[in-house]
Design a protein around this ligand. Structure first.
Ligand code: ADP
Length: 392
């Protein structure tokens, strides 16, 4: 369907009458012009469709029985040119079947001949109301999309940039480049830096949520090798793991079946889970990252020996902005969006996530992602050859 033009109805409405009977065209034109509408006429379907393209009328009256292109075909074509144009069928042989058929092909209503000027006026008024609503709804949707897009880009550029600048200034001052700091000054500036970092994480998470909600994360799907991704994510976080003196065990077979996914989002799933396994772990704890094949899925487990999640909170941890609040978690920074992003991304990829946790002992997050089976995927059949570990 072509994009409908968002013509609002402040001007006079334009009505096109397509009918091979001259008397009918003239009669309609007279009634409609008298009521203040701009009225055009066509004697056959081909000329009518040309005028529809040229004038984008608000409403078209179409005779069903015409020589040349049939009224039914004209109806269908009008819908394809602009689905917001209202078509009303006029015909001399009004039967239920032809009315139903006309509606199926996109007609808004049906007016059997002969009809009175009043009947014509009423049906036209209703049709134009309907068109007005359709145009208003398109214009509201466009406005909403525009505001959302502007807002997202405003948040990502205008809010992040100054925060990053502040972070860099703090860094310079903290390094003593601008002069020696008293211990208390240093402590306060470090706290300020920590808060800015929390805000930056929140903005990043929020932007990810907006991307997921706008449905853009599934635009760049490609076959992905999870063993590569998991090893990369683990490597990126090795420094943080070491600083907390955590022992890391990785058990990822080199030839896992491929999955189909958006690389950045899938990477985000595992950084979030591993970050949590570090943040909510104890000093000198353990993390195990494990992957295997299981039925239709590739199954990935991230386990830790950390503080665990209280039973009463487990049901909520995948909700937006939810954070467990207790003595053990109060000094751990976070937005409460990480796991909801994980869940949304995993589910958008046709997978699921489960958690097992015991307070004081640790947690295991298990992610199931469907294997990529190329022979079932029309759009990616050309990539079959890259599937090293195909389940067959
Ligand atoms: P954040 O970590 O930013 O607070 P998340 O959405 O990632 O947000 O997690 C939500 C909450 O679930 C966390 O605040 C924490 O209380 C709990 N949680 C998540 N992962 C773990 C884990 N591995 N061990 C213990 N608690 C966890």
């Amino acid at each position: 369907m072509e994009k409908p033009e968002t013509k609002m109805m402040s001007k006079k409405s334009t009505i096109l009458v397509i009918d091979d009977e001259e008397t009918m065209r003239d009669a309609c034109q007279q009634v409609l012009s008298k009521n203040g509408y701009d009225t055009e006429t066509s004697a056959d379907g081909a000329d009518g469709l040309r005028k529809v393209r040229e004038l984008t009328p608000d409403l078209v009256l179409v005779d069903l029985k015409m020589p040349g292109i049939s009224g039914m075909e004209v109806l269908e074509k009008i819908g394809k040119i602009d689905s917001t144009i209202i078509s009303i069928v006029i015909t001399g042989y009004a039967t239920i079947e032809s009315a139903v058929e006309a509606m199926k092909r996109g007609a808004y209503d049906f007016l059997p001949k002969p009809f009175t000027p009043d009947e014509l006026r009423i049906i036209i008024k209703r049709g134009l109301e309907r068109r007005k609503l359709a145009l208003e709804s398109i214009s509201l949707r466009q406005e909403k999309e525009r505001i959302e897009k502007n807002f997202i880009s405003m948040v990502s550029h205008e809010m992040r940039r100054p925060l990053i600048d502040v972070q860099e200034y703090l860094e310079v001052v903290l390094r003593g480049i601008t002069g020696q700091l008293a211990p208390q000054q240093k402590e306060m500036l470090e706290k300020a830096g920590g808060q800015i970092n929390t805000l930056l994480v929140l903005i990043k998470d929020w932007l990810d949520m907006s991307r997921i909600e706008a449905g853009t994360i599934l635009r760049n799907l490609e076959p992905l090798d999870l063993s590569q991704i998991l090893n990369k994510m683990v490597d990126l976080l090795r420094g943080k793991i070491k600083r907390k003196k955590i022992t890391l065990e990785v058990n990822i077979p080199p030839h896992l079946p491929l999955i189909k996914g958006e690389k950045l989002s899938i990477e985000r799933v595992f950084t979030n889970l591993i970050h949590n396994a570090i943040d909510y772990n104890r000093e000198e704890g353990k993390i195990l990252v494990k992957a295997k094949e299981g039925g239709e899925y590739v199954i990935i487990e991230v386990s830790d020996t950390g503080i665990g999640i209280p039973k009463k909170d487990v049901a909520f941890i995948f909700g937006e902005f939810f954070r467990v609040k207790n003595r053990k978690t109060q000094h751990i920074a976070g937005s409460g969006l990480g796991l909801s992003i994980v869940k949304k991304v995993v589910e958008a990829h046709g997978g699921s996530i489960e958690v097992r946790s015991e307070e004081g002992k640790g947690s295991t997050f298990t992610v199931f992602l469907p294997k990529f089976t190329p022979f079932r995927e029309d759009s990616l059949t050309g990539l079959t050859g890259t599937n090293k570990g195909s389940p067959g």
